[in-house]
Design a protein around this ligand. Structure first.
Ligand SMILES: C[S@@+](CC[C@H](N)C(=O)[O-])C[C@H]1O[C@@H](n2cnc3c(N)ncnc32)[C@H](O)[C@@H]1O
Length: 258
């Protein structure tokens, strides 16, 4: 009865099914979000709950990216397609009338969200498990609970947040250094935060720093008799830690236990 009354007042069945109402992001904030993600023509941007398509269209128009908008409301999809046509970017954008909670967004290299804290939390597990390490997630106004942002910026009374999807690097790893010593680290991971222990040829040593961004891991390890710490920079690829060009690591890092 209550919904009947609402429908009579212009509140439609689609409105009743939405998880959040349409509130567009201000154009200056759109620009700041694209800048924070450093969107380029090589990116595939997904905006979940795309509204009138302004973020998707701006990514295509200003950054030449491929971009996909998802919205459950057919009125928003119609507006978004009209906007894309007006500025002639229909070849680079696509709008899907689907539920953002179930749509496949695994192709994204940039994900934008202006939803609600509860929706961010519902999406968090899928973001971490389905998106490639290094994918940038830009949130307007709402955070991700315990997953701290890698960057944030105040914008017109709210924050915009950037998270970089971290590679799953928890576990015990071994590799060889330039001096043919066996380095072992046990990494504990909470999102992008790392801690742990290190050994050189079986002797426990100091793990001075362990940090990561996306698929890049930086480890600073110091033996008690060494004057300086060794810095290892690795790139996570398909379950291995590959040495970056300027790293002291000479062999591929292999995970010996999870
Ligand atoms: C706050 S607006 C954000 C619009 C746009 N992203 C922007 O920043 O300008 C949220 C959008 O999410 C859409 N929406 C709400 N629940 C949804 C759902 N379950 N699946 C897809 N879209 C949904 C609404 O129709 C609305 O357009």
């Amino acid at each position: 009865m209550f919904t009947d009354l609402l429908f009579e007042e212009g509140f439609t069945k689609v409105d009743a099914e939405l998880d959040v109402i349409f509130v567009p992001t201000d154009d200056l904030v759109v620009e700041a979000m694209l800048k924070m993600a450093a969107v380029t023509k090589d990116d595939i941007l997904y905006d979940l709950g795309c509204g009138d398509g302004r973020i998707v269209v701006a990514a295509a128009m200003e950054r030449e990216a491929q971009a996909v908008g998802v919205d459950m409301d057919p009125r928003r999809i119609a507006e978004a397609n009209a906007l894309a046509e007006t500025v002639s970017v229909t070849d680079r954008v696509k709008f899907l009338q689907e539920d953002l909670l179930t749509v496949d967004f695994s192709a994204a290299t940039v994900l934008t969200l202006y939803l609600l804290p509860s929706l961010n939390l519902k999406l968090k597990a899928r973001i971490l498990s389905e998106l490639k390490p290094g994918t940038r997630v830009i949130g307007h106004a709402f955070n991700m609970g315990r997953w701290q942002p890698d960057a944030k910026r105040a914008m017109g009374g709210v924050y915009i947040y950037k998270w970089v999807v971290p590679a799953p690097v928890h576990g015990t790893w071994e590799w060889l250094s330039e001096e043919c010593k066996v380095y072992r680290v046990e990494l504990l991971q909470a999102f992008q935060m790392l801690s742990g222990q290190a050994w050189i040829d079986g002797q426990e040593v100091d793990l001075l720093e362990a940090k990561m961004l996306g698929d890049r891991v930086h480890l600073s390890i110091k033996a008690s008799d060494a004057e300086e710490a060794d810095l290892f920079i690795s790139i996570y690829r398909e379950g291995q830690l590959l040495p970056a060009a300027d790293s002291k690591q000479v062999s591929v890092g292999v995970r010996i236990s999870v």
